[in-house]
Design a protein around this ligand. Sequence first.
Ligand SMILES: CC(C)(COP(=O)(O)OP(=O)(O)OC[C@H]1O[C@@H](n2cnc3c(N)ncnc32)[C@H](O)[C@@H]1OP(=O)(O)O)[C@@H](O)C(=O)NCCC(=O)NCCS
Length: 202
Amino acid sequence: MARDFWQPTLIEGRRVRLRRHRKENLPSVLRWYRDAEVARLTRYQTRPMTKDEVERFFEARLISPDSVAYAIHIAATDRLIGLTTFSSLDADNGSALFHITIGERDGWGQGYGTESAELMLAHAFERLGLHRVALSVFSFNERAIRSYQKAGFHIEGRLREAIMRDGRYWDEIQMGALREEWLARAAGAAGNAVDPLSVSSR
Ligand SMILES: CC(C)(COP(=O)(O)OP(=O)(O)OC[C@H]1O[C@@H](n2cnc3c(N)ncnc32)[C@H](O)[C@@H]1OP(=O)(O)O)[C@@H](O)C(=O)NCCC(=O)NCCS
């Protein structure tokens, strides 16, 4: 019961559905994290993750019953395209860190990431009652920054020249979303931008 509340099996949106990971997702996750461009966009280290590292990540952070982690599926076809998680859930301060990777490159730039982020923020604020969700993103990842802003995150700060990539230093951007602004936005949208959170144990 408590687990179903924190980690419903399914969170349904309009164009994507978020579903708890299954063992058979591992080959896709392995392929995504072996992709050099995904590594360039998401990792502090410049090399892609090793097979062992991905397998450990899958067990510890994606399939573990204690994680708030979802596979992203295209609703119309059920195709698996990526994953999204919360880490550092901090009950004392009501906060969490948000992460997302659409691993299938042909799934980029089609609105799936923004809708997935909106569903995770709705889950955080409307269901879990969190106060704040934060994230970090590299300054060259303009697609991600734009998507996060559309989903409701604000730029809060930058760690100057924290990331060495493509032969130069880039800032690491810190972004955050707060419960009050999320609820105000959801009320303003009046059901336009984001459906009321829909969960089921299907
Ligand atoms: C980041 C990510 C989740 C965004 O999801 P997405 O589905 O690709 O993004 P969306 O289509 O919802 O939104 C992207 C927005 O950025 C814009 N965009 C795309 N490429 C851009 C670029 N090079 N510069 C600026 N804006 C760009 C798009 O036009 C769109 O904005 P618009 O709707 O106002 O036109 C996804 O691309 C991804 O997982 N990428 C690989 C891994 C990654 O970068 N993870 C994030 C690490 S912090």
